[in-house]
Design a protein around this ligand. Structure first.
Ligand SMILES: Nc1ncnc2c1ncn2[C@@H]1O[C@H](COP(=O)(O)OP(=O)(O)OP(=O)(O)O)[C@@H](O)[C@H]1O
Ligand SMILES: [Mg+2]
Length: 239
């Protein structure tokens, strides 16, 4: 990959598309992959999922990758991502999301996925409305919630979800992620610089990649590595 359409690097270029590209979250990935295998073999409808952990650790990435694996070609028409910046008030949830969650899925799709990013920002009445949608939509709609603060998710919602915790990425795994990013392009980075990025990232991949991009930017400005070839190497080829 040669960066975005402009040829410049954006953080989004580094988001793995598949579960296999997610680094340092083996327990979560194993469970999600098990669910995805069950869906692909037609044995199960996955439970609702609640992903939690600090910012920049892979929750949104995992939710999208999981949905892509279970929805396949239907991802574009059956995956709905609702961010905190979208209108997620009680009106939209009651009059839009809940009725839709009861409808049969699109033709060819096993179910639809509603992904509520930053779910800890949902108002209590909305959480309460979603709780019934989670029951009534079973079989046609899977809800995935992601949050930083599990304590802000109501107990009834928590009890209706499989809860998956994302943990700080160990240094060795972080080095592997950064090496993938670096070798995916034609870049090189000196060992001590890599060590310093791993240390300063404190287990957060978003931070590590940001620091790496900054370092590459500085090095390019001073005549070092060229960014035109930078690629994540973190997106495995579709299988
Ligand atoms: N475990 C990981 N493996 C590989 N890349 C990761 C991982 N976690 C994060 N990243 C990288 O960091 C970027 C941000 O990750 P993501 O958006 O998934 O974080 P998040 O946990 O959803 O954060 P927030 O709580 O702020 O929403 C991704 O685009 C990806 O490039
Ligand atoms: Mg997120």
């Amino acid at each position: 990959m040669n960066g975005g359409p402009s040829g410049r690097i954006s953080m989004e270029d580094f988001r793995p598309k598949f579960l296999s590209g997610i680094v340092g979250q083996d327990a979560v990935v194993t469970r999600l992959q098990g669910l995805a295998n069950g869906v692909q073999s037609g044995r199960i409808v996955p439970p609702n999922l609640l992903l939690h952990g600090p910012p920049g650790i892979g929750k949104t990435t995992a939710a999208r990758a999981f949905a892509r694996e279970v929805l396949g070609e239907q991802f574009d028409n059956s995956f709905y991502q609702l961010r905190a910046s979208d209108d997620r008030g009680i009106g939209v949830v009651r009059d839009g999301i809940i009725p839709l969650s009861r409808q049969p899925p699109k033709r060819g799709a096993p179910f639809r996925v509603f992904f509520f990013d930053e779910a800890d920002a949902l108002e209590p009445p909305v959480q309460s409305a979603l709780r019934s949608a989670m029951e009534e939509g079973w079989g046609t709609t899977v809800f995935i919630l992601a949050c930083n603060d599990l304590g802000l998710i109501s107990a009834p919602m928590r009890s209706r979800c499989m809860i998956l915790e994302f943990r700080l990425v160990p240094a060795q795994e972080m080095r592997r992620l950064l090496t993938q990013v670096v070798t995916g392009g034609s870049l090189s980075i000196e060992g001590p610089l890599m060590d310093s990025i791993v240390e300063r990232s404190e287990g957060i991949p978003r931070e590590a990649i940001k620091l790496l991009v900054e370092t590459i930017g500085r090095s390019t400005a001073s005549g070092g590595a060229q960014p035109s070839q930078v690629g994540p190497g973190s997106e495995p080829p579709p299988s």
